[in-house]
Structure formats: C-alpha cells, structure tokens
Design a protein around this ligand. Structure first.
Ligand code: SF4
Length: 237
C-alpha cells in the first residue's frame, strides 16, 4: 500500500472550484443520504452540547446532558444559579468538567447580562454579530461558535472540525493556510449561504470520516476515491 498523499506538498494541490465543492457534497449525499443532525431538541440543548462535546465523544456528552436534565438544570437561568462545583459534578462525564462548568457559567452570564435572560435575543442577532459575540465568551472557540450559529440559530456558518480537515487534506484541495478560517472559507465562499446545506454537508463529512476516511482510510470502499489524490495514489484508480 502506498503512503498517504502529502498535503503539505502544495505544488500538487488543486484549488477547488464551486463545482468541485458541490460535487463532493453530492457524492457523499448519494452514498449516505440525509443525516438528520444535530442531536438536540432545543437551542439550549444544542448550545450546551456544543460546549460539552469539546475534547470528548457524544456518548459522554449525552450522560452529562442527562444529569443536567434530571437535576432540573435545563435553562441558562438554572445554570447561572447552580454553584460551580455542583455544575462541574453534573457534567463530569464529559471530561474537563471544571473548565466546561466555567464556560457554561460564562455563557449563562452573557444571556443574563446582555439579553435579559432571553436566549433568542442572542440567537436572533445578524450572523456575523452573533458569531463575534460568541467568540467573546470565555472558552468559546471557532468550531463551537459555528456549531451554535448553525445548529442553534439556524444561520449559515460552515463548521470545520478535525474530520473536515482530514478529508480536505487527503483529497488534495489547496487551503491557503492552516487556520480554521482558511478551511471555513474554502466551503463558505464556494457554496450558497444555505443553513440546511451547511448542516447536511458537515454531518456527511463527519459520517464519512467516522465510517471510511478513518485515521487509516479504507480507500477501496470510498465513494470519493476517483476525486481524491490520496485515494488515487493508494488504489491506482
Ligand atoms: S479515497 Fe476516501 S477514504 Fe481514501 S483518503 Fe480519500 S476520502 Fe479518505
């Protein structure tokens, strides 16, 4: 088996056009169908889930969410009035629970102080203003902010995660830098600003990275193999 394609060799990388980015989506959708993501029944659950899922898997997040729900800590007012130590104990299954308890408290303080306790007051902001506001909250990074913008507010901000970076790098698309924003603009500048499309696209990339484009990729079983430089090199197709 040949080695993985080297994404750092920029001479070999392709600058994708809008048609390439859309074609990738079409291939994934044809292979996997609709993903019905995100697992959350309300904006509150989506936001708390987005914060708790940092550096852990969703199974652990579900345990923490179940603890919060069972304890009646199920809105940001309740989070704000719950002592830090108790909050940390409730979300312990998600790991990094002291940091995450602070993040939840900081988020709850934003809602209370700037929006009079009305979460929709935040989520109804114009997208760029909302994203900037989220990034101003302690512990909220770009991926978490985009999760919230897209899945809680329903606004078209493309989410980048390690799965997306892995697939883009292996396919051989040229990204003008390693920063989050470079990967994000690769998608957002080539697709219509459509929250439903961004939602489905991200979910499909996650599905593909979990099922096929794993750390050791199964290129022979991959629906992208003929448009992927790594796949072509590894399979000879
Ligand atoms: S062919 Fe598919 S599985 Fe293989 S590296 Fe490319 S995207 Fe990943």
């Amino acid at each position: 088996m040949r080695p993985l394609y080297d994404p750092m060799n920029v001479r070999n990388l392709k600058i994708p056009g809008a048609a390439d980015v859309r074609a990738l989506y079409d291939r994934l959708f044809a292979r996997y169908g609709p993903q019905d993501w995100w697992p959350g029944d309300s904006p509150f659950e989506v936001i708390v889930g987005a914060i708790l899922t940092q550096n852990t898997n969703w199974t652990n997040v579900e345990k923490a969410l179940a603890n919060l729900r069972a304890a009646g800590v199920w809105n940001f007012g309740a989070i704000r009035s719950t002592a830090r130590e108790r909050l940390a104990a409730l979300i312990q299954p998600s790991g990094y629970f002291n940091q995450k308890a602070r993040k939840l408290h900081e988020f709850a303080a934003l809602i209370e102080n700037d929006f009079h306790g009305n979460l929709n007051g935040l989520l109804d902001l114009p997208m760029d203003e909302l994203r900037t506001g989220l990034l101003g909250v302690w512990g909220i990074g770009e991926e978490t902010a985009d999760d919230i913008v897209l899945y809680a507010a329903g606004k078209p901000s493309f989410v980048i995660d390690t799965y997306t970076r892995r697939i883009v790098d292996r396919i051989g698309w040229r990204v003008d830098g390693e920063a989050y924003g470079n990967y994000r603009s690769l998608f957002s500048e080539r697709l219509p600003a459509d929250a439903a499309l961004f939602n489905e696209y991200h979910a499909l990339l996650v599905r593909h990275a979990v099922d096929v484009c794993r750390p050791t990729p199964d290129c022979d079983a991959c629906c992208l193999v003929t448009v992927c430089r790594t796949g072509v090199e590894r399979t000879g197709r």
